[in-house]
Design a protein around this ligand. Structure first.
Ligand code: GLU
Length: 266
């Protein structure tokens, strides 16, 4: 009887503890499910030995600083179209997937970081007469569902390109090679990763700042602060410079190795 009452009191206490932090913070988890891309070379790609790339390595580093070792991380493919929903549903705890911080997304997601600032550029077939984003007028560009890059061209710059939908940037590259597209306009890191393996010409006319954030469930400010501390450390201890060189050292891109200005957790 006494033992039962004690057990019941313990249960109440632990329920109360859960209640205080709502659905919980990633800062307290003993294992993590992390959303990454699966077909973006250099960033997040699923190969025979699992997921690899800059985003994957940054995720492993941050998880380690949160107290979660590599063998307690489960990576999950999280395409552009499902990122917000995957966080809201609790399918993933964190997202490291070339995920730009935008005002629209901030309504549904808490973002730590940015952990890197990429810039949108454009990849074309060799010999194409496209030298600047304005030359995309009347051209077929890739619209990856849930991605922001096509909006940067069509909505923000009001350039009358023709978006052609695709599920991933890997699919865009197939469409470009097959002549179904004239250009793929998106983050320079993404384009550099593809160009290294599949060719194509990056026109080298960057026109945006893409702040790569770490996606967290909306409202997990404690987790967000913890991730920001980990990211600061990643730059201070030389890991960021090493990982950028590891994945993009041969790309010809000008890599920034100082810690980006954080957005603030909200
Ligand atoms: N960084 C851009 C975005 O978040 C393009 C890449 C992507 O969709 O993952 O929309």
């Amino acid at each position: 009887m006494r033992a039962t009452r004690l057990a019941a009191a313990g249960l109440l206490l632990s329920l109360a503890a859960c209640g205080n932090s709502g659905p919980g913070t990633v800062a307290d988890k003993k294992s993590l499910v992390i959303g990454v891309k699966a077909d973006q070379p250099g960033l997040g790609r699923q190969g025979p030995n699992g997921y690899e790339g800059f985003d994957v390595d940054v995720a492993v580093y941050v998880a380690g600083r949160l107290g979660v070792p590599r063998n307690r991380i489960r990576f999950r493919t999280t395409n552009s179209s499902v990122r917000e929903a995957a966080l809201a549903a609790g399918d993933v705890d964190l997202i490291f997937a070339t995920y730009s911080i935008t005002a629209r997304r901030k309504k549904a997601v808490t973002f730590a970081g940015p952990y890197y600032v990429a810039h949108q550029d454009t990849l074309v077939r060799p010999g194409a007469a496209i030298r600047d984003v304005r030359d995309l007028k009347g051209k077929r560009i890739c619209e990856v569902t849930g991605s922001n890059s096509w909006r940067r061209v069509v909505e923000e710059r009001e350039i009358a390109a023709t978006p052609v939908t695709a599920p991933t940037y890997g699919a865009c590259m197939d469409d470009l090679a097959a002549g179904r597209l004239d250009a793929v306009s998106t983050d320079d890191l993404i384009l550099a990763g593809f160009a290294a393996g599949r060719g194509g010409k990056i026109i080298n006319a960057p026109f945006t700042d893409e702040k790569y954030g770490v996606g967290l469930r909306k409202g997990d400010l404690e987790g967000c602060e913890a991730v920001n501390r980990a990211l600061t450390r990643m730059y201070q201890d030389g890991t960021a410079a090493r990982l950028l060189d590891k994945w993009f050292g041969d790309s010809g891109l000008k890599l920034t190795t100082s810690v980006p200005q954080f957005e603030g957790c909200s």
